[in-house]
Write a protein that binds this ligand. Structure first.
Ligand code: ZN
Length: 428
């Protein structure tokens, strides 16, 4: 999955017109460390990650910067000067903050930069808020910027240069160590990025600064792999991560918006009202979406993967509890064709209602568990074409019992949806 995340980061960088080569970038990082770096060099290190920092002077009231210029008077920071300060953007996720050293910004790196540039720093409490006040002279702003960039790309107090290594992502040889590295999804990556023996004390990754920068860019939600929420649990969602090393088409076509467009049309053609595509709809609609949108996969010209990851947030930390990989596009296209023949979105809707009634049995704080079970069930269907009948029985049993309690006759809607998976398996 780390390769898929890397490819995603490369795709996003290309979309944003970032045209540096790893070599160019690394040469600038080298200059950054030595200190012999021009403003254009500093800018080329800031630009790719600029979206992680505030761009307007008073956007983040927790930080108050004053500049002293020639007249020796204190004045406010201009918008043009914001790039030197690199104040972490408000509302960054914990992970994003951690990735750029933002979680220790006020505690360590800000003070560090102030000390190095001979500025003034004080922490003031205003009601519940802690305000960080910094005064810095204008002619020290470039030095401040350099220090901020060092603290962003490297872990603080680390040494920057070590023995020569090879980057596992781009293959380039480099000598940097203690780079900050966080992929946008919490996965275990030690065995990919760390060639040191197990329990070796030093946290040294062999990733190069260029590739670290590519990953860094995607820790902000807008640039990261797409998140799709489950309907009744705001803290549960899926990541949708397509992967195709040689063709960008998959990224353009295989996303929530495209699936939403198709689904909207089909739902409105039925005369129903379309609201929004959620994670459950997305998963259930996938075979039909593939059938409608990816004819190329059938001819074998595109051989994509799609990683679907279940994530939930508890106590502000993101937890990844399950994932599956879709590789059988020919099979799913067949399933989609079958669903289409059996009634299309009507059958999807029917099966979705069944799953919804399963979810309704859970208490509010337990709903995530319900979605986890559904995710596992659908994952087996979408990745292997296997229907977990044990789970299905438990799903039905609860429903039958409830109907009996309510004195209603149970009837099984959504059966055709499941049957499409079984029928397609016989044909592919
Ligand atoms: Zn690299």
């Amino acid at each position: 999955m780390i390769t898929a995340l890397y490819n995603w980061a490369k795709y996003k960088a290309k979309k944003d017109n970032l045209l540096y080569s790893p070599m160019d970038f690394i040469n600038v990082i080298r200059k950054l460390i030595i200190g012999d770096i021009e403003v254009t060099g500093l800018y080329s290190l800031y630009e790719p990650i600029a979206h992680l920092y505030e761009t307007y002077p008073f956007e983040n009231p927790n930080y108050q910067f004053k500049i002293i210029d020639k007249s020796k008077k204190e004045r406010d920071v201009s918008q043009e000067e914001m790039k030197y300060l690199m104040i972490p953007k408000r509302g960054l996720t914990g992970k994003a903050k951690q990735s750029i050293g933002g979680s220790i910004y006020a505690r360590t790196t800000l003070k560090n930069a102030v000390i190095i540039t001979g500025g003034k720093y004080e922490k003031v409490r205003e009601g519940k808020n802690i305000i960080h006040r910094v005064v810095i002279s204008k002619n020290k702003l470039i030095d401040f910027w350099r220090q901020r960039l060092l603290d962003t790309y490297f872990q603080s107090r680390g040494e920057f240069i070590g023995e020569e290594r090879i980057c596992p992502f781009c293959g380039i040889k480099h000598e940097f160590k203690n780079l900050r590295f966080n992929p946008p999804i919490n996965i275990f990556v030690e065995n990919v990025t760390n060639y040191n023996p197990y329990l070796y004390e030093e946290p040294s990754h062999s990733i190069c600064p260029y590739c670290a920068m590519l990953f860094l860019r995607t820790v902000l939600e807008e640039k990261g792999p797409e998140k799709i929420q489950f309907p009744k649990a705001k803290n549960a969602f899926i990541y949708n991560l397509p992967y195709e090393p040689e063709n960008e088409y998959i990224y353009e076509i295989f996303n929530k918006n495209k699936a939403g467009e198709f689904l909207k049309k089909e739902i409105e053609d039925m005369g129903w009202r379309y609201s929004e595509i959620d994670a459950l709809y997305y998963l259930l609609y996938l075979p039909l979406f593939i059938f409608r949108s990816l004819p190329l996969s059938l001819s074998g010209r595109i051989k994509p993967y799609v990683y679907i990851v279940f994530a939930s947030i508890s106590k502000q930390a993101e937890e990844i509890s399950n994932h599956f990989v879709i590789t059988r596009f020919d099979y799913l296209a067949k399933v989609g064709e079958m669903i289409n023949e059996e009634g299309g979105v009507r059958e999807i809707y029917n099966f979705k209602s069944r799953l919804n009634s399963f979810i309704e049995k859970f208490k509010k704080d337990q709903v995530v568990i319900g979605y986890k079970l559904i995710f596992r069930f659908l994952g087996k269907m979408l990745s292997e074409g296997n229907i977990d009948f044990i789970f299905l029985h438990s799903l039905l049993r609860k429903e039958i019992n409830q109907k009996k309690k309510d004195n209603k006759i149970p009837y099984f809607t959504g059966y055709k949806y499941l049957n499409a998976f079984l029928k397609a398996k016989r044909e592919v």
